[in-house]
Design a protein around this ligand. Structure first.
Ligand SMILES: [Zn+2]
Length: 126
């Protein structure tokens, strides 16, 4: 008995090591002393910072427009846009619950009457 010597491909060669230099330029930074949030999408009109300026690209002379704190007291609080997806699904729950009791009884009575008619028709057939 000889097992065929099938060469197996060494799967260790395909380690996807992607050293992607992902810069996250749109992270927001919060001023620790006063709570001011620098939003890169808006920039800082007070300090003459254009919109879409990453925090790290702010000049070292940049100060908090509210309290004048330096950049090193700002804390990264992540990118904006976390408040999306809060649109509640209004419009659900409209169905049987919106029917009045008379409509419900009419529906039930109609169903019973229909069932009775069907039973009578079967009875008549016999
Ligand atoms: Zn501040």
């Amino acid at each position: 008995m000889e097992t065929p010597n099938v060469p197996e491909p060494d799967s260790q060669a395909s380690t996807t090591e992607s050293t992607s230099d992902v810069t996250e330029p749109l992270d927001r930074y919060e001023c620790s002393p006063c709570g001011y949030v620098y939003e890169p999408l808006k920039g800082d009109s007070v300090g003459g910072i254009l919109a879409r300026t990453p925090f790290k690209d702010l000049p070292v002379t940049w100060r908090c427009p509210v309290c004048g704190a330096r950049k090193n007291v700002f804390a990264n609080i992540g990118p904006a846009g976390n408040d999306a997806g809060f649109k509640a699904n209004y419009g659900y729950g409209f169905g049987v619950n919106t029917m009045t009791s008379s409509q419900k009884s009419l529906l039930i009575f109609g169903g019973l009457a229909l069932a009775g008619i069907v039973m009578l028709s079967f009875y008549g057939l016999n």
